[in-house]
Design a protein around this ligand. Sequence first.
Ligand code: EPU
Length: 417
Amino acid sequence: MKVLEITGCQELKGTIRISGAKNSSVALIPAAILADDDVTICNVPDVTDTDSLSEILEFLGADVRRASESIVINPKNIINKEIPEELSQKLRASYYFMGSLLGKYNHVEMYFPGGCSIGARPINLHLKGFEALGATVKIEDDKYIVDAKELKGATIYLDFASVGATINIMLAAVKAKGTTVIDNAAKEPEIVNVATFLNNMGAKITGAGTSRIKIEGVKELKGCFHEVIPDRIEAGTYTIAGALMGNYLKIDNIIPEHIEALTSKLIEMGVELEIGEDYLIVNRPNKYKTVTVQTQVFPGFPTDLQQPFMVLTTKCNGKSIIEETIWENRFMHVPYLNKMGANITIAGNKATIKGPTELIGSEVEATDLRAGASLVIAALTAKGKTIIHNIEHILRGYENIVEKLNDVGAKIEIKEI
Ligand code: EPU
């Protein structure tokens, strides 16, 4: 079994280069099958979630070649067969094969997706979208069978601006007959990245990044070359680490507008930031002011940074409040932060953090991806050694986390126990 061993209190200095966005890549890889020939996607992070999707592509018969940061996918020989449970269960984003296989072949059979246990995570809005396009959905045991004689454009209103449903409906609608409109669509940068990718293939999508996306169906999609945007959550995670331990820590290759909700909170707390065109430099301050944070859909404060950010609030002088509004079960890191010396209480979806508290190295467990990231950050600031178990969650989403942190002065290693 692998664990992360981190010796805390090391100053972080130097440059961390941000990788391509995991949550874009996990949609782009399944989307590639909509093309009729070679698709090259560059800046794909080498994390286990992208590997798991490549495995599904290969299972279906696609030719997948990985070369350093790029992935070349040729979907010509794909056979549209049932995706077995052991493959779909490896990650949540396997559900993007529903939209892409349905969009290309009018039929898909796959088992319920896996992923972090951070809430009930229903996919009713995805299915409602498929049905609006003319598909029928049958659920047999845990298997979804989605079938359409023909997909026809429709106007679909999402009750919640779901990232996954917006992308899945785009994938299913891109070759449908006529025009599809998604109202109350999600506006996350990953949506724009996926729409640009599909447009590079020849799709006709407008409005991505706003709450109304319009898709005019096309007959054919060709191969293309596409670049993944920088990972805003990875960028935010390391910026938070810098706000705690940074001495001129540079976070490079970012789109600063994508993390503005975080940087504005950091400035409010008294963290020194220099924000450039595609980088930022962060320094730890002497004191942190308390804050109130509520997670929101983009451009609000991202839920995926809530857990790492909470570590920072343990250093604030007084009471901070963090409210999680997207997921029902995203406070699983809290008992471990408290074990390390934090003073956090939870009432419903609100966490109250009383600080400042000193964190002490302990043995802890990553219950999900961002809980794991928050424990890494806590360990970087803690006195002594921290051992983190279940690190497979962390490796699903952070490329070369050990190398990146060691390069800027941290003491972190993966150990086999
Ligand atoms: N929801 C429904 N029905 C649906 C879809 C969503 O009720 O059909 C609810 C969810 O249960 C949740 C809320 O809507 O309460 C938001 O879900 P959304 O669909 O927006 O999330 P997602 O697409 O499943 C993606 C990211 C998450 C990130 C959320 C919100 C991927 C693979 N995952 O999930 O990332 O938290 O958007 O921004 O892109 C992570 O990276 O750690 C992570 C969990």
